[in-house]
Design a protein around this ligand. Structure first.
Ligand SMILES: [Zn+2]
Ligand SMILES: [Zn+2]
Length: 126
């Protein structure tokens, strides 16, 4: 079997913490990405953090407690199949499955910040 549909998106080659708050992500297409732990955690894609829509009823989670101990501490990261990364946080939260697409969209390296026109991102790049 040679399924190319899933392998068309670049994959994560390495994912490592390089500073108190910084993760460096190496991609198979050569991109060297950076993302802060704060962004990574606040953008957790699980239903409990991001909300979900079931049969047209949308559920919005309550505002998270950003001061919870360990919330922004990376405890472990392990690959899920060949399409995502599961991240375990210091407060025990482990439901976040970050697909490559999602991880790449969170990239905060200079190149990506300039490419995206979000004012918030440009502000953070300063
Ligand atoms: Zn980037
Ligand atoms: Zn979550």
């Amino acid at each position: 079997m040679n399924d190319k549909s899933r392998s068309s998106f670049p994959a994560v080659k390495s994912f490592k913490q390089t500073g108190a708050d910084t993760i460096e992500i190496q991609w198979t297409d050569g991109h060297c990405g950076l993302v802060s732990l704060g962004t990574l955690r606040d953008m957790c894609p699980c239903a409990g953090c991001a909300g979900e829509s079931i049969l047209f009823e949308s559920y919005s989670p309550p505002e998270p407690d950003r001061k919870a101990p360990g919330r922004y501490e990376l405890k472990a990261a392990s690959p899920v199949g060949n399409y995502a990364l599961k991240i375990v946080w210091g407060d025990g939260h482990e439901l976040g499955i970050y697909s490559w697409e999602h991880l790449r969209s969170l990239c905060e390296c200079e190149q990506c910040l300039i490419a995206s026109n979000s004012p918030k991102r440009i502000e953070r790049a300063k």
